[in-house]
Ligand binder design. Structure first.
Ligand SMILES: O=C(O)[C@H](O)[C@@H](O)[C@H](O)[C@H](O)COP(=O)(O)O
Length: 233
């Protein structure tokens, strides 16, 4: 293991959500004070919802915060599979409604994710990396972002020296086609968090820490940025 890893285990999910939301808000607030703006890339799926509800209530200058996604399912924003929709419904309330959102989905290319890669990549590059915060989740198959085992562009997405900002991904476990930040872009951040819940995911994480080759292992063994892992049963 090469990454500097800090483990944070909690007794329950609400306590985790509260602490992680405060830690992220504090990072964003420090970025605004230091550089006048903050950027955060968040993950989709179900795990972040409770934490987003707490994060939305943190009193920072959200008008100076830009939120984007680590990955997105290639579906329109009215789909209940859309991560953009999930973020809109769970994060952009209360204090945070003035934040700017940069989507990964591009309706102009709704039938062909590959046609959107250049434009979406440029959109992310224009944010001026590094991100201040990147929040990752993990599936029980050991994927993080859309780095799915067996994914058609997995090697490209995981190439530590790859030049692509975003990569398309199709995989049996992914449902619809995906777009994902590449591994080097995920790691181009001042702070990196992995948020996982449940004993099954803890075991998947442990397998990767023990030398398993699930995609999450690439985040555990990198040397670019320390990793804070937040877990609750
Ligand atoms: O769009 C997505 O699916 C994600 O960004 C993905 O990487 C997610 O973090 C994991 O699949 C965990 O998902 P759950 O939180 O729903 O288990």
């Amino acid at each position: 293991m090469n990454a500097k890893i800090n483990r944070h285990d909690f007794a329950d999910r609400l306590t985790l959500a509260d602490k992680l939301a405060r830690d992220v808000a504090s990072r964003l607030d420090a970025a605004i004070k230091a550089r006048g703006k903050a950027t955060v890339a968040v993950s989709g799926g179900g795990t972040p919802k409770l934490m987003f509800a707490v994060l939305a209530q943190q009193e920072i200058d959200w008008s100076k915060v830009t939120v984007t996604l680590v990955d997105e399912r290639w579906v329109d924003t009215d789909s209940d599979r859309s991560n953009a929709r999930m973020v809109a419904e769970h994060l952009f309330h209360h204090e945070s409604h003035t934040a700017q959102f940069v989507p990964l989905f591009d309706r102009a290319h709704k039938d062909n994710v590959d046609g959107a890669l250049a434009d979406v990549g440029a959109r992310i590059d224009a944010l001026g990396l590094p991100f201040d915060v990147v929040l990752l989740g993990m599936g029980s198959d050991g994927h993080t972002a859309s780095f799915f085992p067996g994914g058609d562009n997995l090697a490209k997405a995981l190439d530590p020296d790859g030049k692509d900002t975003v990569v398309s991904m199709r995989a049996d476990g992914a449902g619809e086609p995906r777009i994902t930040l590449s591994l080097p872009r995920v790691l181009d951040t001042r702070a990196l968090y992995l948020h996982i819940e449940g004993d099954d995911k803890k075991q998947v994480l442990q397998n990767a820490l023990d030398g398993g080759d699930a995609p999450i292992a690439k985040v555990l063994t990198q040397e670019r940025v320390p990793l804070d892992i937040y877990w609750a049963p």
